[in-house]
Design a protein around this ligand. Structure first.
Ligand code: GLA
Length: 735
């Protein structure tokens, strides 16, 4: 996989890609190729010509070599490269000019882990570690590149070490830089806000710098940490794609720069805006890992690479391919109007409709009657939950259900015992009022005493042994990000130290409770990223449960995240966020391919649709095994239709959902072309035992049901009349 020639050309090659760079005659790490796998990667042409440019050169005797157009592996600023650099800061002379030169390299078997940060797991992999050095300031940068035998993901990170005797201040400490040749590209990214996460935007890459980032303390719904550069004309099935993400949950930046010579630079890492790290002599700083995917058959092939990798190398191993339970969540069933009796009633309903777990959402802890108080005080409310959580959990379990509970550990309400006792435990800056978000403040997780307190509080509930699931929520953006635990000159380290504190807490809790399924939530998808997924196998991607909204969200999120990292439930209709009325069927099918499925409906709503809900929950339960580890394909997505295919891991069952959003008369007859089937096999449609040949389903396609608006004829396949109709096909592969 990793090979090096005598004249220091490095190649990382597997069956998915080759990544090639060299030490240039000038001692710079010069990028040569990233793309399809090469048989003789060391012979790749240098795509950067040595030619005269009207620009400065820092290399005496090499007037045709300048950094402004040289593709590099880890560029700095100040010695003739004017593009945005991977390293920038204040050196020991007080200026910002750094210059990194190759010093040494080593190849290690497998993949080292990073201290304090979540990392992709190794296994059948090799890692190349290149050490670069700035000789004047004795700053070394160790670049790590991991390549796997069976995955199309390249993992990169950088480790900075101050080997001098003076402090160095880091401002840009990116995880990776990727310089690609001039070409016509589009950029795809995912943006949004609360209840409207993961919208896709695709634009033609302009000259200049295009950046998505966060300074909100979480990776955030505004921009998910994902960016893809697409060859012009790329579709789901065609085109070269370069995609990047990060294993990080805080302030990140992903940028694409098209320079003066139209070459393209992708930078991935911690957001340099408002970041500042003091690196004392002898100290090191590790960046989060950046992940790069190259795919040459369009967006679907890119997603397959991501999905396999996220499942196998990021999300906790112990839940890999483990079916998730169906559940009833109390939130949209009762909101804050919840007490022990109501929980037991809802547990009774859950049992009646055949779901497997009861999840007690917000509202159970001391004094919490609405969202104005009590976050921070994690003991059961004495008046409404007199038996306490362990006893309630036992009662629920006695009904034959599992029991789950909600926490929002990182927050505190000013109206709480915790805040009264420790007002300085929140993120704040001296002399300024703290902004409130949903009436709450953010605890300062950069302080060990705060994470210790949270560990004790949560542990005290979980240790009863009756908890099967925890929903870990986080419901505001951070402001006044300052810490009473750090000196004045380290205040710009707080955001990153917060994330390190959070990761430490999650590691400790998930290691102590390996069997509890932790679900990541931040007002829905405000922190749905690979960092959080490293600890929690699934996430609540959005508070939007209206099926039309949810389809867009899942479609966007599926570019990067496999659907077995997602939870979805049948929420109320009219929907509480947008008022749309839709059927149980369509609400269910929008989340059909997510691993964890359930309901959040009041007893009255359940009674009104009892049989329909029971039928869907039975289907969810019987397909729980299939909904982990399978292959997801986006087949159709336009303004009015969505069609997705899901194929079980063993290929034995194929599901197809089709949604038709707004009804209209005289519509065209649609077909969906299935993908990835065995052309020689027969697939039997469950509803009527019709046998279809695999090649026909792929090449001729499957006719989609017609949206009935007028008279219907018995032998045609129709969907329900009206808007928001949907249909599910299940095919069983004949043995
Ligand atoms: C957030 C979550 C919801 C619910 C509420 C409870 O909004 O996204 O699912 O848990 O908090 O307050």
């Amino acid at each position: 996989m990793i090979t090096v020639t005598k004249d220091k050309i490095f190649s990382l090659t597997n069956r998915f890609f080759s990544y090639v760079f060299r030490v240039s005659p000038e001692g710079i790490l010069e990028h040569l190729h990233y793309g399809g796998p090469l048989k003789t990667p060391h012979n790749v042409a240098v795509h950067h010509m040595r030619t005269q440019r009207e620009t400065a050169s820092n290399f005496q005797g090499s007037q045709y070599f300048n950094l402004s157009d040289t593709p590099q592996e880890f560029p700095c600023f100040g010695t003739s490269d004017y593009r945005f650099p991977a390293l920038h800061g204040r050196n020991s002379d007080g200026n910002t000019v750094f210059s990194l030169h190759y010093k040494s390299h080593k190849i290690v078997k497998d993949k080292p882990r990073l201290k304090k940060l979540p990392t992709a797991r190794g296994g059948d992999s090799e890692t190349l570690v290149i050490t670069l050095e700035d000789p004047r300031h004795k700053l070394t940068v160790m670049l790590s590149y991991t390549v796997y035998r069976d995955y199309g993901v390249l993992v990169r990170s950088a480790k900075f070490k101050n080997k001098g005797d003076q402090e160095i201040q880091l401002q840009h400490a990116f995880s990776s830089a990727l310089d690609l040749p001039a070409n016509e590209y589009d950029v795809l990214h995912l943006h949004g806000t609360w209840a409207r996460e993961f919208n896709e935007e695709r634009i033609s890459l302009p000259k200049g710098r295009f950046v998505i980032d966060s300074s909100r303390g979480t990776s955030s719904a505004a921009h998910n940490p994902f960016i893809a550069l697409l060859q012009k004309g790329t579709t789901e099935e065609f085109g070269r794609v370069y995609a990047t993400s990060l294993i990080y949950s805080g302030n990140f930046a992903l940028s694409v720069e098209k320079g003066e010579f139209e070459d393209v630079r992708i930078l991935a890492g911690i957001n340099p805006f408002n970041f500042h790290w003091r690196l004392k002599p002898g100290k090191t700083f590790c960046t989060p890992e950046a992940l790069h995917v190259y795919a040459d058959n369009g967006l679907r092939s890119m997603s397959h690479i991501w999905h396999d990798f996220v499942r196998d190398k990021i999300s906790p191993t112990r839940f890999r391919h483990v079916p998730r339970s169906t559940y009833l969540n109390t939130w949209e069933a009762a909101y804050f109007d919840i007490d022990e009796d109501k929980v037991l009633d809802l547990a009774g309903k859950a049992k009646e409709i055949g779901v497997e777990m009861l999840v007690l959402d917000d509202g159970w802890f001391e004094g919490r009657q609405d969202d104005t108080s009590s976050l921070g005080d994690w003991t059961a409310d004495k008046a409404r939950f007199p038996s306490g959580i362990p006893a309630l959990a036992s009662k629920v379990k006695a009904k034959g259900l599992k029991f789950g509970i909600w926490f929002e550990p990182e927050m505190v309400n000013p109206r709480s015992a915790l805040f009264e006792k420790h007002p300085d435990w929140v993120l704040h800056v001296p002399g300024r009022k703290s902004s409130l978000g949903r009436n709450q403040l953010t605890l300062d997780l950069s302080r060990p005493e705060v994470t210790d307190y949270l560990y004790e509080q949560i542990d005290a509930i979980l240790c009863c042994g009756n908890i099967d699931y925890v929903k870990w929520d986080m419901n505001r953006h951070m402001t006044e990000v300052g810490s009473a635990g750090l000196p004045k000159n380290r205040q710009r380290e707080v955001s990153h130290r917060y994330i390190l504190g959070l990761y430490g807490l999650l590691k400790k809790l998930t290691e102590k409770y390996p069997d509890i399924v932790f679900e990541n939530c931040a007002s829905g998808g405000n922190r749905f990223d690979l960092g959080m997924l490293s600890y929690m196998p699934q996430g609540w991607i959005s508070d939007m449960c209206d099926p039309v909204g949810r389809m867009d969200i899942i479609n966007g999120a599926s570019y990067l995240y496999p659907l077995d990292t997602m939870a979805a439930y049948i929420g109320p209709s009219p929907n509480h966020q947008n008022g749309r009325i839709s059927s149980i069927q369509t609400r269910f099918l929008a989340g059909m391919f997510c691993a964890a499925r359930g309901v959040s409906l009041s007893e009255a709503e359940i009674d009104a649709h009892r049989d329909e809900i029971m039928e869907r929950m039975a289907l969810a339960k019987s397909t729980n095994v299939d909904m982990v580890g399978g292959r997801f394909d986006r087949l159709v997505k336009n303004n009015n239709e969505v069609c997705w295919q899901y194929t079980s891991r063993d290929g034995g069952r194929v599901y197809l959902v089709y949604f038709h959003i707004l009804a209209a008369p005289n519509l065209p007859f649609r077909r969906a072309h299935l993908t990835g089937l065995d052309p020689d096999a027969v697939y039997v449609l469950q509803e009527d035992n019709t046998r279809y040949q695999g090649d026909a389903l792929m090449h001729n396609g499957m006719p989609m049901p017609y949206v009935a608006t007028g008279q219907v004829k018995d032998d045609m396949r129709y969907m329900s009349k009206g808007d928001f109709s949907s249909y599910l096909f299940i095919f069983n592969k004949e043995k």
